[in-house]
Design a protein around this ligand. Structure first.
Ligand SMILES: [Zn+2]
Ligand SMILES: [Zn+2]
Length: 296
């Protein structure tokens, strides 16, 4: 009997033969991000070679790399890039609908336009609390300045709760230490966790720097999920699943057209001036000495 990874092994044309563990990791990756159906122990249905090739091709198409249907070097490298831990394909029929490279809606929205948010936990000393709070405010404003949505920080019950958590943290989406998965968020809905965002506490979160992981860029992405957007296959979109690096000054940031189209399909356009949705200016980032005090 052929297992999925044996079949996938026959797709690899690279000179350096991948180990069974590499191939198995590829299948795990494709399954985790929705390109392959989860194993079903009841039907014990095996993947066909064509099915596996098709899943590699749709991953490549989504990522914007050559659609070879093989686990070539570019594909393996893409699979190793830091990214959001939510799947790219939700539901099998979605694969067929993804003809155009564009945004995707998850199917639920907030029924109200005034949303509240709170920060439950903060990142380690690479960012101060004030900077973290301002970055989160600006990341929400990126969506708010283009729609009729408004976001207000609260210390009480909040629609959108944001936390920095590490490893397994009780929601079935464990984080994996530095690199790999960076964050995830829960779609709009009625449960207590709906709209919440978790950032991997083991990343070195930074702001507008070459090193570390840019909190603003990842937060804008995750809030797209909190508001009802899924991953986009568009070339230029903050909702691409892979980490894209810093996106510049948060107070000057504007969403790419694909994301704008997606969010306005859900909540309509803003009628008043976009500036009205912007939070106060960013605090000056304090430089923290490498061996300085760890309190904030
Ligand atoms: Zn995501
Ligand atoms: Zn989580």
């Amino acid at each position: 009997m052929l297992t999925a990874w044996m079949l996938l092994g026959s797709l690899v044309l690279s000179e350096a033969k991948p180990t069974a563990r590499d191939i198995s990791k590829g299948v795990d990756w494709l399954t985790r991000y929705g390109y392959l159906p989860a194993p079903d122990p009841y039907s014990a249905q095996q993947q066909t070679l064509e099915g596996l090739r098709a899943s590699v091709r749709s991953m490549q198409r989504f990522a914007g790399i050559p659609e070879t249907g093989e686990l070539d070097d570019e594909t393996v490298q893409m699979m190793q890039r830091p990214r959001c831990s939510l799947p790219d394909i939700i539901g099998t029929s979605e694969l067929m609908r993804r003809r155009r490279k564009r945004y995707a809606l998850v199917g639920t929205v907030w029924e109200k336009k005034e949303l509240t948010w709170r920060l439950d936990t903060f990142p380690a000393a690479s960012l101060t609390r004030d900077t973290t709070r301002a970055l989160i405010g600006y990341a929400l404003a990126a969506w708010g300045q283009e729609t009729a949505l408004s976001f207000t920080e609260t210390q009480g019950e909040a629609d959108l709760r944001v936390g920095f958590v590490g490893g397994s943290h009780g929601d079935g989406y464990p984080f994996d230490g530095p690199g790999g998965t960076l964050g995830h968020a829960f779609f709009p809905g009625v449960g207590p966790i709906a709209g919440d965002t978790h950032m991997d506490a083991d990343e070195t979160w930074t702001y507008n720097k070459d090193e570390g992981t840019d909190l603003f860029a990842v937060a804008v992405h995750e809030f797209g999920h909190s508001l009802g957007l899924s991953h986009s296959s568009a070339e230029l979109s903050i909702m691409r699943p892979y980490y894209q690096g810093t996106v510049g000054n948060p107070s000057k940031y504007r969403l790419p057209p694909d994301d704008l189209e997606g969010i306005q399909a859900l909540y309509g356009k803003r009628v008043s001036s976009p500036g009205a949705a912007l939070p106060p200016p960013m605090p000056t980032q304090r430089v923290i000495p490498p061996h300085g005090p760890t309190h904030l």
